[in-house]
Design a protein around this ligand. Structure first.
Ligand SMILES: C[S@@+](CC[C@H](N)C(=O)[O-])C[C@H]1O[C@@H](n2cnc3c(N)ncnc32)[C@H](O)[C@@H]1O
Length: 383
């Protein structure tokens, strides 16, 4: 329902549509619904357009706009717990949820209005129930979070990152903690099941494990839970996810066996703590190996890993690979992920490219797990 098009009751003039809610607006008069009624109204001398009475391009463009707002709303509703509650109870009173959680009521209702605008939920005032696609949106919510909360600054600053002359040094910004928050769940819907199978196939009990680009450390904790005799090192370039990783390892009683250190995986040097590492894992950051010098850079980094971790017997490398979905068949995530990496100047290799660089760098590919995801997710197993 379009709020902007309708004259508002006198006493409400000046308040935002979201603070009124759809139900606060008068129903359209009969003459407004009749064929031939123009889509443009006059309100206090301001020309307003009722998009609801227009079809075709206007409706299509409104859908694009509303989808953009809904992407932010979905990520936020997840982060504040409203989406989980709605998923669990199959209904939500947005005003009650907001009051119970110390949140602004009209804003929370507005989030769900955005989700209602794109059909993910049905809304009657503050009462919200799932729409047909809600469960799929719930399953893929972390992709929206990655895009908006994690990569929001990058997409906001697109004009600043386009000039070739500007693309040096730290030319873009993202929120590393938010990316890590999203990646944890992205992992659950993509890599985790295949990762567990690949771990099952590791035919030795590693005593030392290292996770490269560990983020908030969930993967390392999983390996340590499976191998009670092992100690692990998580290495990440960003401090915020490492703080989360340390806190969660402590909460799980794994602090004695898990160390989380700041480091650039592309520039690691041998260290005593690395000498006994037998199992290496690296998920959702391998494409960074190609960042500095393309194929040659990837070969150099993979060779360096051989030197830095001389006892490594197995490498599990899970990452996205470049896809070629047609423009009109793009699934959720692919477009944001691939455009985002183009904006960041990060090359996304194909699976064939990985299979060619690993042997050149001294790693024999012994297995490939293709995952039925949307960005060519694959786990390569190498020895
Ligand atoms: C997409 S997240 C994946 C996190 C984790 N591996 C997982 O599977 O959930 C990528 C992580 O790699 C880290 N990263 C990116 N480039 C890195 C580098 N050169 N050295 C170390 N960490 C890096 C980022 O800070 C981020 O935490």
């Amino acid at each position: 329902m379009s709020c902007a098009a309708r004259p508002r009751p006198e006493g409400h003039r000046g308040r935002s549509p979201s603070s009124l809610g759809d139900d606060a607006l008068p129903a359209p008069a009969d003459h407004e619904r009749q064929a031939g009624a123009g889509p443009v109204d006059q309100l206090d001398g301001v020309r307003v357009v009722d998009v609801e009475r227009r079809g075709g391009p206007e409706r299509a463009v409104a859908a694009v706009y509303n989808s953009a707002v809904a992407a932010w709303a979905l990520a936020a509703a997840w982060e504040v717990g409203a989406l989980d509650e709605m998923h669990r109870h199959r209904r939500l009173d947005t005003a009650e949820f907001a009051a119970r959680n110390g949140l602004d009521g009209p804003s929370v209702t507005g989030l769900f209005r955005a989700l209602s605008a794109v059909g993910l939920v049905r809304r009657e005032g503050t009462e919200v129930t799932p729409g047909e696609a809600f469960d799929e949106a719930f399953r893929t919510k972390s992709f929206f979070h990655w895009l908006t909360r994690g990569s929001g600054e990058l997409f906001r600053d697109i004009p600043a990152v386009l000039p070739v002359a500007a693309r040096t040094g730290d030319f873009y910004r993202r929120d590393a903690a938010a990316v890590a928050y999203a990646c944890r769940e992205i992992d659950e819907v993509t890599y985790a099941p295949a990762f567990r199978r690949a771990l099952d196939e590791v035919d030795f009990a590693p005593t030392g494990v290292a996770d490269l680009g560990c983020g908030s450390g969930a993967r390392l904790r999983e390996v340590l839970r499976r191998h009670p005799g092992a100690t692990g090192i998580g290495i990440d370039i960003a401090e915020p996810p490492l703080r989360v990783a340390r806190a969660e390892a402590t909460a799980e009683g794994l602090a004695e066996r898990a160390e989380f250190v700041t480091g650039d995986v592309l520039r690691l040097e041998p260290a005593p703590g690395y000498a006994a590492v037998e199992l290496l894992t690296c998920f959702m950051m391998g494409h960074d190996f190609w960042q500095d010098d393309g194929r040659a850079g990837a070969v150099a980094t993979l060779r360096r890993l051989r030197a830095v971790f001389p006892a490594a017997r197995r490498l599990l490398l899970g990452d996205a690979t470049r896809t070629d979905h047609p423009d009109d068949r793009l699934p959720v995530f692919t477009l944001g992920f691939e455009l985002g990496h183009d904006l960041m100047g990060t090359y996304l290799p194909t699976l064939a490219e990985w299979e060619s660089v690993l042997p050149e760098a001294g790693w024999k590919v012994v297995d490939v797990h293709r995952i039925d995801g949307t960005v060519g997710e694959t786990i390569l197993v190498a020895e």
